[in-house]
Design a protein around this ligand. Structure first.
Ligand code: ADP
Ligand code: MG
Ligand code: MG
Length: 251
């Protein structure tokens, strides 16, 4: 059992007008096996939260803590975070020219585990994970994300999730731009990782439709850099009907 704790997190970015506070005190605890949905309007700071957990250098942590099993995540490099068991799927995955998927996956797996995976098992695992996610075998020899469609990038992110077996995954709008079939395939991959590894998940989304496939245990409404309300899955149903207006009026 692992626990990821975010305590009173304050984050600002540098703008031409000076520092701007984006996260205004976020507190959230996720345990192994739990799925937490963060839902909120555009511009509320959801991606800032994801990037801060991942260690993106652009974001300045001005207060609060992030702890993974009591260890200070904020003192870890991006690589150390991955080795500690954190996985982040970005809203806009980057292209890595000149690095094939096969090389990238094996290199990353080796870095995360601290040892190279046994070649026989690894080749089999990659093949079956690609089949599960309906990723064509040709992708193994293509450069990471280069020329991939939005939906293909998302599937490749979930491929990493299945192969790297993180303790916690932060999925930032993994549902955006997916058609219904791709959404189902991607969601099934997340659910498999959840079942196989007792993964804890922070699922960031603007829309409720992914929650038909990935069932959250907790829903947090995120508005203006903080959590405005928390509840169970029923809260997502209410957001589906009412939208975010009631929170924005108060914000
Ligand atoms: P969300 O993911 O909920 O849509 P973001 O975290 O992307 O929200 O953005 C939160 C706020 O921070 C927005 O007002 C956005 O304009 C601002 N912001 C985020 N990144 C930058 C940036 N690189 N430069 C300027 N403003 C930014
Ligand atoms: Mg569960
Ligand atoms: Mg975002």
């Amino acid at each position: 059992m692992s626990v990821l704790e975010i305590k009173d997190l304050h984050v600002s970015i540098d703008t031409e007008q000076g520092p701007k506070e984006i996260l205004k005190g976020v507190t959230l605890t996720i345990k192994s096996g739990e799925t937490h949905a963060i839902m909120g309007p555009n511009g509320s700071g959801k991606s800032t939260l994801a990037s801060s957990i991942a260690g993106h250098p652009r974001y300045n942590i001005t207060g609060g803590e992030i702890l993974l099993d009591g260890e200070n995540v904020l003192e870890m490099s991006v690589d150390e975070r991955a080795r500690a068991g954190l996985f982040l799927a970005m809203q806009y995955p980057v292209e890595v020219p000149g690095v094939t998927m096969t090389n990238f996956l094996r290199t990353a797996k080796t870095a995360i585990d601290g040892e190279a995976p046994s070649l026989r098992h690894w080749t089999k695992d990659v093949k079956s994970a690609m089949e599960n996610l309906k990723i064509d075998a040709d992708f193994a020899n293509r450069n990471v994300n280069e020329g991939f469609s939005g939906g293909e990038k998302k599937r490749v992110e979930i491929l990493q999730l299945e192969l790297f077996k993180p303790k916690f995954a932060v999925l930032d709008e993994t549902d955006s731009g997916l058609d219904v079939d791709a959404l189902r395939i991607v969601s099934e991959g997340v659910n498999r990782a959840h079942e196989a590894n007792n993964m804890g998940t922070l699922l960031i989304t603007h829309y409720t439709r992914i929650l038909r496939y990935i069932k959250p245990d907790f829903v947090h409404v995120f508005v203006d850099g903080h959590i405005a309300e928390e509840g169970g899955p029923e809260l997502a149903d209410r957001l589906e009907e009412e939208g975010y207006d009631r929170y924005l009026a108060k914000a």
